[in-house]
Design a binder for this molecule. Structure first.
Ligand code: C2E
Ligand code: CA
Ligand code: CA
Length: 408
């Protein structure tokens, strides 16, 4: 038997069709890769344990156990081999299987639609990079990065003001007028460099610092917003601008925070109607009853509520109907691909129509080109936000941007 500890690439193939299995094996061997093939899931899992393959090719449709079940079990085995999914099913199913595997934490080298060429298989094997061991032998590099970011570092960043607010404009799709801004948190650590919110927001949530972070952001953005909030008085044709703030579901149980916010808005003469809280679909779900109570009260006080990243969660419809939202935000993954994918356009139009039928304002975020903006106009989307209009900017820069934009 080959030495399982050798750094040589080892490809294990599971396919109920011996012809396909043999073909993949020959292509791999021709490329200098050790390969084994089995049609039996039982033997396959034995080989995974004993032979420790660096690469695995799995057929999606098999009589005994389907490819998704195989991948679920591989994930339980903490398998770190590069996985290639092969099948004769359509590319949409293949891609869905690939996403499912990636969500299970498996390393997906790619999908291979049958019939495939030897070159496409070789490319996947080559792109997959150097062989890796089992997960417990080599921790993924991401874990090391995460370790550097401690709750204490985050807390210090919040209290020192190192986490600050950036502002990204939202415009009216039809008229092009400025409608408002979304506030996005930014953190640049002197040692670690820029740390994306997708990293520190989940950390803040898990270590109980999210409310402190939200308050710190609110204290920065409200004074910034005051002159803009009142500006429509001096420009009679303009509508009141609004400011959108991302709120974590955990914060929804903190009624004191919202009471305080209401008092601060009153003191600064900001109409609650000018503030929107953006909640992601999945986050709004966690405690349905408590969320419903607080969200209803916030709406009663005039604050607007937006359901963020719409289209990515699983309970979107339920939440949309149950909770008193006033805005729906089409997830940027659809908007960014609008010009290249008919499916994305269908989803966007569906969400916009759905939103309008429920009396909600619709915003598309992730608008990266003018063609997408034109499409959004065509389907009557209300607001647009994205790099094609402006990137998120620090406060002073955003104020200059407003001046320039109003002159144009
Ligand atoms: P989000 O609320 O969906 O925010 C929109 C994200 O899309 C932002 O990412 C923004 O920079 C990005 N974006 C805007 N236009 C475009 C575009 O045209 N193309 C592309 N590719 N991206 C665009 P960012 O700033 O990295 O924020 C990521 C997420 O972190 C946010 O997603 C939000 O869920 C969360 N987040 C950010 N700031 C806060 C905060 O203060 N509190 C909470 N709770 N969450 C926050
Ligand atoms: Ca948002
Ligand atoms: Ca979003």
């Amino acid at each position: 038997m080959d030495d399982p500890k050798s750094s040589h690439q080892r490809l294990l193939i599971l396919d109920d069709d011996p012809m396909t299995g043999q073909t993949i094996m020959s292509i791999a061997e021709f490329a200098g890769i050790d390969a084994r093939f089995t049609p039996s899931p039982t033997e396959f899992f034995q080989l995974v344990d004993q032979w420790n393959p660096t690469h695995i090719a799995i057929d999606l449709i098999m009589p005994e156990m389907d490819g998704v079940q195989v991948m679920t079990q591989l994930a339980q085995h903490q398998c770190t081999a590069q996985i290639i999914i092969t099948s004769g099913v359509g590319t949409r199913v293949l891609e869905a299987a690939g996403r499912s595997a990636a969500e299970h934490g498996l390393n997906i080298a790619g999908v291979l639609a049958k019939p495939f060429t030897p070159a496409s298989l070789r490319r996947l094997l080559a792109d997959a990079g150097p062989p890796v061991g089992r997960r417990n032998k080599a921790a993924p590099p991401v874990a090391a990065q995460e370790a550097e970011l401690s709750a204490a570092t985050l807390h210090a960043a919040i209290t020192s003001g190192a986490i600050s607010a950036y502002y990204q404009p939202k415009i009216d799709c039809i008229t092009g007028t400025l409608a408002g801004f979304e506030v996005l948190a930014r953190w640049t650590d002197p040692v670690l460099g820029p740390i994306p919110p997708t990293r520190f927001i989940p950390l803040a949530e898990s270590v109980g610092l999210i409310d402190e972070l939200t308050l710190q952001i609110l204290h920065e953005v409200l004074p910034w917003f005051v002159p803009l909030a009142h500006s429509y008085v001096t420009q009679p044709l303009a509508l009141p601008l609004h400011l959108a703030i991302n709120i974590s579901a955990r914060t929804l149980s903190n009624t004191a925070l919202f009471e305080r916010l209401r008092a601060e808005c009153q003191a600064m003469q900001i109409d609650p109607e000018q503030l929107t809280f953006e909640l992601t679909e999945t986050s709004a779900m966690e405690d349905p009853t408590a969320s419903l109570d607080l969200l209803t009260r916030l709406r009663m006080h005039g604050f607007h509520l937006s359901i963020d990243d719409f289209g990515t969660g699983f309970s979107s419809m339920l939440q949309l109907v149950r909770l008193p939202f006033s805005e729906i935000k089409v997830d940027r993954s659809f908007v960014m691909t609008a010009m290249t994918s008919q499916e994305s356009r269908t989803v966007i139009k569906f969400i916009v129509d759905l939103g309008h039928s429920l009396g909600l304002r619709c915003t598309a975020e992730g608008v990266e080109d003018l063609a997408t903006l034109a499409y959004l106009q065509q389907i009557n989307c209300d607001l647009a936000q994205g790099f094609a209009i402006a990137r998120p900017m620090p406060g002073a820069e955003a104020l200059h941007w407003v001046q320039d934009y109003l002159v144009k």
